[in-house]
Design a protein around this ligand. Structure first.
Ligand code: HEM
Length: 433
């Protein structure tokens, strides 16, 4: 959005609501953030947030608007500005470090047409449902090992720390080609990468810095790149059939993929590929605890498990936003959007939109159709969606037959993030069959 807001006729969101939507800390408190989204959908479904320290931006809370904007990737770019919302101090730091460019990682998210399609094509076949379904036996083996581990606890554990964080990590790292001994390092870096605003994840030397968001992100990237440079070189010298080999040995416009773009790909998969799925899995269990009739239903009829998976992803919505910027003056929902205005796609809000979902705060595994937009929409729609759904389905198929009951053993805790995240802790008590 242009910096000047003089003679502004656009709807301006009340300061307290705007602060809730923008501030990473709000997302620790579901009731607070979903309350603010509900208010916006009812009163100002497309309006401008002006929060000190941040660029002014349009907050997009309606399901239909998010779909309309994301579908039109020519009119709404990801990456003329930062596709991830950060404060102005952090964006200024990023530009300073990158010769004026806001592109701090060359991943798909930071690409627009035609570059985006050229890079997405490199792996899109690998992620197709038919190809992913061939991985089911391998994924099931990993699920069984993880379930055995969970059942080794004596009726009480932290479902996130003891279980949900590790299984999707193991799945993606196995398919990707990262050796098991390096998984803790990948997990730590991912938690730093997505938890840049969470005091429990911040590196102490950066915590007080106004640009902590960008500094944490840059530090995690540096560590990721150091790791992947090495692994990438190994896979070029000796290709295997894993995903990392596919990327390392791919070509774009007849030339080997450049280092920055290869590393951007690796980091996107090594981060997006597990944190989101862990949170959604934990959300599925939490949903069944909060609305126990679902647990009874799915126990009685395992054919409801795919519905459980979709509802877990909708209800949790682990990706809180991605940004778009308008490339020309246009209109959405009767509002005049100007070229270079920034728009925040609020997926959790779209997924609770009363016009699409009856009784949207309710966790209901029989919801049909379940047209959630937790994976986004349009050309950037999640590359790993079929893998995420497969690994969650297989996991619940392996886990549920062993569980007689499950309840909370303490309050759930959420990560402090306005970007990607969800459960930090979900203490549970369970009985085995
Ligand atoms: C429940 C789990 C997941 C959720 C909710 C999720 C959500 C999302 C969302 C909202 C986007 C942005 C879409 C947009 O801009 O329209 C995205 C993009 C992406 N996701 Fe996922 N994701 C999940 C799992 C995964 C997994 C398992 C992988 C990889 C193995 C993955 C890799 C990616 C990549 C590479 C992109 C960038 C795509 C692009 O810009 O073209 N995600 N995801």
């Amino acid at each position: 959005m242009t910096a000047s807001v003089e003679s502004d006729t656009r709807p301006i969101i009340p300061a307290d609501i705007a602060k809730i939507i923008i501030s990473p800390a709000s997302y620790k408190d579901d009731a607070l953030v979903y309350g603010a989204f509900k208010w916006l959908r009812e009163n100002m479904p497309l309006a401008v947030a002006q929060v000190p320290g941040y660029d002014p931006l349009w907050v997009v809370t309606k399901h239909a608007d998010i779909r309309e904007i994301e579908l039109n990737a020519k009119l709404f770019h990801n990456a003329d500005h930062n596709p991830v919302l950060n404060d102005q101090a952090s964006d200024a730091f990023t530009r300073k470090m990158n010769n004026g460019s806001i592109r701090n990682i060359s991943s798909l998210t930071y690409m627009d047409p035609p570059e985006h399609a050229a890079y997405r094509t490199l792996t899109s076949n690998w992620f197709l449902p038919g190809r992913i379904s061939k991985l089911e036996d391998q994924v099931r083996q990993l699920a069984r090992q993880s379930v055995d581990h969970l059942l080794s606890f004596d009726g009480e554990c932290d479902f996130v720390k003891d279980f949900a964080l590790h299984y999707p990590l193991r799945v993606i790292m196995t398919l990707f080609g990262v050796p098991p001994e390096d998984e803790p390092r990948m997990l730590k870096l991912t938690q730093e990468f997505f938890g840049v605003h969470d005091p429990e994840e911040q590196r102490p030397e950066m915590a007080a810095d106004p640009a902590v968001g960008a500094k944490m992100w840059a530090a995690a990237l540096e560590d990721f790149y150091a790791y992947f440079d090495d692994l990438s070189a190994k896979r070029r010298a000796q290709p295997t059939d894993d995903l990392l080999s596919l990327i390392a040995n791919s070509e774009v416009n007849g030339k080997p993929i450049p280092r920055e773009e290869a590393n951007g790909y690796y980091v996107a998969i090594a981060t997006a590929g597990h944190d989101t799925t862990s949170s959604s899995t934990a959300g599925g269990v939490h949903g069944m605890i909060a609305f126990p009739e679902n647990f009874e239903k799915v126990k009685a009829d395992p054919s409801l498990i795919p519905g459980l998976v979709d509802e877990a992803i909708r209800w949790t919505s682990p990706v809180k936003h991605f940004m778009r910027n308008a490339t020309a003056d246009t209109e959405v929902r009767g509002q005049a959007i100007r070229a270079m205005d920034r728009l925040m796609m609020c997926y959790p809000s779209g997924n609770r939109d009363e016009e699409v979902f009856a009784d949207p705060d309710r966790f209901d595994i029989t919801r049909s159709p379940n047209k959630h937009i937790a994976f986004g929409f349009g050309p950037h729609m999640c590359l790993g969606q079929h893998l995420a759904k497969l690994e969650m389905r297989v996991l619940f198929q392996e886990l549920l037959p062993h569980l007689k009951s499950v309840e909370l053993a303490g309050p759930p805790r959420m990560v402090e993030t306005n970007f990607v995240g969800g459960y930090k802790s979900l203490p549970i008590r369970f009985k085995k069959n």
